[in-house]
Design a protein around this ligand. Structure first.
Ligand code: SAH
Ligand code: F3S
Length: 429
């Protein structure tokens, strides 16, 4: 029996890509193992969004080269493959394959021809969705890509280069995947896209996908990520009021609270428009919570620009947010801008913003004590003594494992304690 090892870095789209690759290999008789040393095929499924992520991949490749079985095939798929292209072979000559995020369905070519080198970083659009075999069994939370690529072209972002221009999948194809996921074990559907709320196929929008998915009995929870502010149309906002299965949690990245920085980022929306969307969402769904991504230290960011980012964070009171130091990336306009910010200033700003975001996260978590949420069971923790659940706000909730009886996948949990990163709770009968 041939054994493969796959390690996934980065976003949920990568997690999905990794699941499709594993599924394809398993359908073809391979067994998945969690140790690269014993594998006959080693795949790193990679992220290029920040320099650190790319470096991590190359150091992992160096380690694997020195420890793998001599005749094991190894290579990279995903965004670093597309970013580095043929250079990847120069850096690690022993690599067997380099396949971009839209060409990993070509993997069987290297399995048939193990003595060759395979490089394919084409932007094949939707080809991969049709070429990969259907998932045999779906995870409880099933990610379903509905569009790929991005036309927004934020000046810092490598994604429009690695994943190409925006393209929406046909409505019927997406719904076929949703039904298949629901029929094979999914409780929660998470629609994915680099610009997910920009989905449009013929006259269909994301709101149509949500409506149709909510009508499926087996699907209990629906969410989507990642959204772009100006694509948050009224029909989509209304869904939060009409569709109880749509979770009361939305990731709506603002990146910066300064209009000057937003302009240089090529994110042309006003703060008023952004706040207006959040006000509308809160009016229609009072329990909704918002998260954001932030970049600090973008070229030219002044102290006062950064203060405006702190202000927007104070005003919106985001939960579960991500903040990053700006990282110059190849193939992007911002990497060439003057006024790059020194690392010590980036670090200081990140510390301040993170400190605040952590404080509000803790406050929010503490405000949940005494409340009851319907939570999705993700299985036991490492000790086997506890069960891990996910609340509707994506907080992790740890519950003592009952000594008997089978726990349903979706269950009411009363929150009994909280800290910054997780909650504790008990099952309510
Ligand atoms: N909408 C996209 C976002 C991709 S990148 C998606 O979901 O696929 C995820 C986050 O990384 C961005 O929202 C941004 O905050 C951050 N990011 C992107 N490029 C970056 C860079 N060059 N430096 C630092 N952070 C970056
Ligand atoms: Fe990147 Fe901006 Fe699109 S962050 S994925 S270019 S919306």
């Amino acid at each position: 029996m041939k054994k493969f090892f796959i390690q996934t870095f980065g976003c949920q789209m990568n997690v999905y890509d990794g699941q499709r690759i594993s599924n394809m290999l398993k359908v073809n008789g391979w067994t998945q193992i969690d140790n690269s040393n014993d594998a006959d095929l080693i795949i790193l499924n990679t992220c290029a969004v920040r320099e650190k992520a790319t470096n991590k991949v190359f150091s992992a490749l160096g380690r694997i080269r020195d420890s793998k079985k001599p005749d094991a095939l190894f290579g990279i798929v995903g965004c670093v493959a597309r970013e580095a292209g043929a250079d990847a072979f120069k850096r690690i000559p022993e690599l067997n394959f380099v396949l971009g995020p839209q060409s990993y369905h070509k993997l069987p070519e290297i399995l048939e021809n193990p003595d060759s080198k395979l490089l394919n970083i084409d932007l094949g659009g939707l080809e991969k969705f049709d070429e990969m075999p259907q998932m045999v069994e779906s995870p409880l939370v099933s990610y379903i890509p509905i569009q790929e690529g991005c036309n927004h072209c934020c000046t810092y972002c490598i994604v429009p280069y690695t994943r190409g221009r925006e393209i929406s999948r046909p409505f019927d194809d997406v719904m076929r995947d949703v039904h298949h996921a629901a029929d094979t074990g999914a409780f929660e559907i998470c629609f994915l896209g680099q610009n997910v709320n920009g989905y449009h196929f013929e006259n269909y929008m994301l709101s149509d996908l949500i409506r149709e998915t909510a009508a499926i009995n087996a699907v209990k929870r629906i969410r989507f990520t990642s959204s772009y502010p100006t694509e948050m149309t009224d029909d989509l906002i209304k869904m939060f009021g009409n569709q109880p299965k749509l979770l009361p949690f939305l990731n709506l990245p603002i990146q910066s609270g300064s209009i000057n920085v937003l302009t240089r980022m090529n994110r042309p929306y006003s703060l008023n428009l952004y706040i207006d969307i959040i006000d509308k969402l809160r009016a229609i769904r009072p329990d909704i919570q918002i998260s954001s991504d932030f970049i600090v230290g973008f070229p030219g960011e002044t102290d006062s620009d950064f203060e405006q980012t702190m202000n927007i964070a104070r005003q919106v009171k985001y939960i579960n947010s991500y903040s990053f130091k700006y990282s110059p990336r190849p193939h992007t306009a911002a990497a060439l801008m003057k006024d790059q910010i020194p690392d010590n200033i980036k670090r200081e700003r990140l510390k301040m913003l993170d400190g605040y975001l952590n404080d509000i996260q803790r406050e929010f978590n503490e405000s949940c004590i005494g409340k009851t949420f319907e939570c999705l069971c993700e299985g036991p923790d490492k000790t086997g003594k506890h069960l891990l659940f996910r609340t509707p706000y994506m907080q992790q909730c740890i519950v003592e494992k009952p000594s008997f009886g089978k726990i349903p996948n979706l269950v009411n949990i009363e929150i009994t304690a909280a800290n910054k990163s997780s909650l504790r709770g008990k099952i309510k009968n």
